[in-house]
Ligand binder design. Sequence first.
Ligand code: 4NP
Length: 131
Amino acid sequence: MNVLFVCLGNICRSPTAEGVFRQRVRAAGLEERIRIDSAGTADWHAGKQPDRRSCQAAARRGYDLAVLRARQVQVEDFQRFDLILAMDHDNLLRLKDIQPDSARAELDLLLRRYGLGRGVVPDPYYGGADG
Ligand code: 4NP
């Protein structure tokens, strides 16, 4: 199974989801069977490391995000991935806008799919440390 996490910039929320999920999948011995990636609907930060604040918040919890690099969602992703999980409604709508007719991937909101939290992961970029 191939899973892609998507947010806006691919430097805060989706790399965090990727880093946490990657570690859980590895711990479960499933890394040969589950391909994991993340991307942003915007290209503003393509090629960059995750945001310093995200790296620090993750590192405090034992996850290393510094190896990741941002990229924008590509039309091929709808073919490559089985499941594309967006962090919020805006990004889910952006994905639906560019989804080709031939898409294989199922689209959903990460938290809605698993009945977690408030349904969306709020954009943390312009807020303070709480984000
Ligand atoms: P992300 O957060 O979508 O979780 O990576 C953001 C990162 C950058 C911007 C907005 C949100 N930005 O406006 O540059």
